[in-house]
Ligand binder design. Structure first.
Ligand code: ZN
Length: 233
């Protein structure tokens, strides 16, 4: 694997929920505790809830913002950041919203679903730090409601991140998927675009994925951090 990394002129890493859960962060989709028990997160994490059920929306996201602050990037995040500094990795495309890649030092990161580390005003767009939620400040100076800068159900993906991810996938010689089941569109398009353009495709995921048939190397059932540590040695 180190040979492939060294041979590649443009390596792109794609990370999904499995990368974050190794930091201990609960998977959003399996969150079923306290107030959210019996409730479908996709109903709370939506523009519909923001517009019609704002107290539940805010309480849900305040809990998520606080939860992310309890965890840190793991060794795998740090190895990817080192590889970027060494020129072995050119960019990261992530489905995660925790900001751990940047916290670990990665700079070229496309956040397909936005970030929980920032808020912005739903009315005027002014940006705020997520500390506002921690301090129970929910309103902009203009009076508008502050919402996390993530993609809610009912919204389109941030176009700049999407376009960046697309052009990176096209340029890749080596495309490495870490911790994504690749079952959600458009996430599952990027590995195929890379493959179509001649990249080697490597998939590391706990379970089999829908794109395993296209991969040049597949690793199941192992911790991502351990796999990266092994490749790094
Ligand atoms: Zn505002």
């Amino acid at each position: 694997m180190k040979t492939w990394l060294n041979e590649s002129n443009h390596t792109v890493v794609f990370t999904g929920a499995g990368m974050s859960t190794e930091s201990g962060l609960p998977d959003f989709r399996s969150a079923n505790q306290g107030l959210w028990n019996q409730k479908d997160p996709s109903k709370i994490a939506s523009t519909d809830a923001l517009n019609n059920n704002v107290e539940v929306f805010i309480e849900f996201y305040r809990t998520r913002v606080l939860s992310v602050k309890d965890y840190k990037p793991h060794e795998g995040h740090h190895i990817l950041a080192d590889w970027e500094k060494q020129g072995l990795v050119h960019s990261i495309i992530t489905q995660n919203v925790d900001g751990f890649h940047q916290e670990a030092g990665s700079q070229n990161v496309a956040e397909l679903h936005g970030t929980l580390t920032k808020l912005h005003c739903q009315s005027c767009g002014r940006e705020y730090n997520s500390e506002e939620y921690v301090n129970q400040e929910y309103y902009c100076v203009c009076g508008g409601i502050l919402r996390p800068s993530i993609t809610l159900f009912g919204e389109t993906l941030p176009q700049d991140a999407f376009q960046f991810a697309l052009s990176e996938a096209e340029k890749a010689d080596l495309f490495i998927v870490l911790g994504s089941s690749l079952s959600v569109s458009p996430a599952n398009q990027f590995p195929l675009i890379a493959k179509d353009n001649g990249a080697r495709l490597v998939i590391v995921n706990r379970d089999p994925t829908e794109l395993d048939a296209y991969a040049d190397k597949i690793i199941h059932g192992r911790e991502i951090g351990e796999v990266l540590k092994e490749w790094n040695s």
